[in-house]
Write a protein that binds this ligand. Structure first.
Ligand code: TEU
Length: 593
């Protein structure tokens, strides 16, 4: 069996890699202005190297008015002064490469900032040479522009309100699926696509090793031959907006555009001739679509970020109304993606990012009694799956939600827009804040907690967003010093993926699908069987794992609870939030040990 290194040598380094996501605004502030920056990241490279991660994904650092914290770009080929300079960027790339690590950039090309020269030129006049670089449409027939209901379609924006902004100067609306300061690019226009590819090549030449592609499955809109865009289906309730998602999600030319991007940029690899990692963020992508998009034979992307598992606890009205996790639902979804991409394609694996609340507060238990064990066990369940794991900054420390009670504490455009729309629609502050607290993206964006000093060691200035008051107990300095910390557990999980081929390529099989407390599965490669068993509840759990008795008696590679009683055949007693990773052998042809 080829050594792991041999597989990596085959070029697809990302199959054995673990990626660390840095949200630059909140990671580390080197110049004391209260906002994280590139020199802050450079200062933490040894910390990341010691954790064992193989690459860093940087959320956007480009020049931006920061209306959506950088996901609104006004110059793709420059660094925002808040974050630093191109020289700082080059030093960061060199620092990563010197440590054998790689850099993945965030590619935000479904939309630009409304302050990008492309858009200011497009907006200048209806016959601007760049007018067709964006989506401009006249008011709905018989309606006066700027009045509610006059928008070209009834689509609801991801960030509340209409997806259309009236431009009185040129008498037309422009499309923005997110905030009005994020106008959508028109990918139907080949000039737009070529401009994007040239920009990507520019970054590749500067040493970039991959791209995380922001909402990339929204770039193809279902525009009719006459240029019209259809209304969306009405949604239940008082909203005047409809759901237009079927007209801009996984559109008719998406794979054509991705194949073109692959021919133009991705196939050529990095400046040093290695594979570029590509991961497409794809809200609303289905397993079937992901299998096609990540099938190497289709020459599109390596993996996608699905949202399906991130929505298993959403209420009827969506994310702002979370309900308790029903574990079998989560297991069923993850198992479907594990099995669905077993032959062709490849999974990304994540619990956290800069848009999701902290997982230990969401699906773990962030009380002092169980925070560490539940954070470790959530890590174990995710990292032993087949695919490329992503660790979001602070996840390795078991950082928790902040859940502020008043809207004044929040800064996230999605959260603030939702609050305003809900309250103006008649909801009470209390009702809305009850939904925002456990879900807002700002839960993920509180500054990184480096130590128990002022502002958790994030800045010597005033942080742009308040530090989570839990930092004296939860911080990197304490975690590094404590062998039993979540940090060292994550370091060991990452090491297991680097040391054991079965973690990389073993076939997944779910056990006990209906068990409400326990998440258990096997990974089988040749005669090797990895058994992963996790109690995801605050109560002890007695389980019988059919057919894996012999393997359970194998080598305990990683456990959360010292001196845990061994298995009795295929029966096991697990403490609250306990998990184990056991390496055994198949005890009979084709059957897990
Ligand atoms: O997110 C897209 C996206 O789907 C999320 O905004 C989602 O709607 C929500 O926040 C999570 O439930 C990407 C970026 O990750 C996000 O930060 C940007 O705000 C957004 O695109 C627009 O660029």
């Amino acid at each position: 069996m080829p050594a792991v290194a041999a597989v990596a040598a085959a070029g697809e380094w990302w199959r054995t890699a673990v990626i660390y996501q840095v949200y630059p605004r909140s990671f580390a502030d080197a110049d004391g202005d209260g906002v994280g920056d590139l020199r802050g990241v450079i200062g933490k490279l040894d910390y990341l190297h010691a954790l064992g991660v193989d690459a860093v994904w940087l959320s956007p650092i480009y020049r931006s008015p920061q209306a959506d914290n950088g996901y609104d770009i006004s110059d793709y080929q420059d660094i925002d002064p808040t974050f630093g300079t191109l020289a700082d960027f080059d030093e960061l790339v060199a620092g990563l490469h010197d440590r054998g690590m790689r850099l993945v950039m965030d590619l935000v090309v479904n939309h630009t900032s409304d302050e990008h020269p492309w858009f200011t030129e497009s907006r200048a006049s209806t016959d601007s040479p760049k007018r067709d670089w964006y989506w401009w449409r006249p008011p709905r027939p018989g309606c006066r522009g700027g009045e509610p209901g006059a928008e070209p379609t009834n689509w609801h924006s991801f960030f509340s309100g209409s997806t259309w902004e009236w431009d009185a100067a040129t008498g037309e609306y422009y499309l923005h699926l997110f905030d009005r300061k994020q106008p959508d690019l028109n990918w139907e226009n080949p000039e737009v696509r070529q401009a994007v590819y040239a920009m990507m090549r520019w970054w590749v030449a500067r040493g970039v090793d991959g791209f995380r592609m922001d909402v990339i499955n929204l770039i193809s809109k279902a525009v009719r031959a006459d240029g019209a865009l259809p209304d969306g289906a009405p949604v239940p309730g008082p909203s005047r907006f409809g759901d237009g998602s079927s007209f801009y999600t996984n559109g008719p030319r998406l794979e054509e555009f991705l194949q073109e991007m692959h021919r133009e940029v991705l196939a050529h690899g990095t400046a040093s001739g290695e594979a570029l990692l590509t991961v497409g963020e794809m809200p609303g992508v289905t397993l079937e679509q992901a299998r096609s998009i990540t099938d190497p034979a289709h020459r599109e992307l390596d993996m996608v970020f699905t949202f399906e598992h991130m929505r298993v606890d959403h209420g009827l009205s969506g994310k702002w109304q979370l309900r308790p996790l029903h574990l079998p639902d989560l297991k069923a979804n993850l198992a479907a993606w594990q099995e669905g991409l077993a032959e062709a394609g490849w999974n990304s694996l994540y619990w956290n990012n800069h848009d999701q609340p902290r997982i230990v507060s969401r699906w773990g238990d962030d009380s002092p009694e169980h925070r560490v064990a539940s954070a470790k066990t959530l890590g174990t369940v995710l990292h032993m799956l087949r695919g490329t794991p992503y660790v979001y900054q602070g996840e390795e420390l078991g950082m928790t939600n902040v859940g502020w009670a008043t809207i004044e504490d929040y800064q996230d455009v999605e959260t603030l827009n939702f609050y305003r729309e809900s309250v103006s629609g008649g909801a009470s502050d209390g009702e809305v804040m009850a939904g925002i607290g456990p879900v807002s993206r700002d839960n993920a964006r509180t500054p990184m907690q480096w130590d128990d000093g002022p502002h958790a060691g994030f800045t010597t200035g005033t942080p742009w967003l308040s530090v989570n008051p839990a930092y004296p107990q939860i911080n990197a300095a304490a975690a590094v010093a404590d062998p039993g910390s979540v940090l060292h557990h994550y370091r060991r999980l990452i090491q297991l993926r680097h040391d054991h081929h079965v973690v990389v390529d073993g076939r997944f099989a779910l056990l006990l699908p209906e068990h409400e407390q326990v998440f258990a599965y096997t990974r089988t490669l040749g005669t090797q069987v990895l058994v992963v068993v996790a109690n995801m509840s605050g109560e002890p759990a007695d389980v019988t794992l059919p057919g894996v008795g012999a393997a359970l008696a194998g080598e305990l590679l990683l456990g959360t609870h010292d001196a845990a009683p061994g298995p009795d055949g295929d029966r096991l007693r697990l403490a609250p939030w306990e998990s184990r990773v056991v390496l055994g052998a198949v005890d009979g042809p084709g059957r897990a040990g």
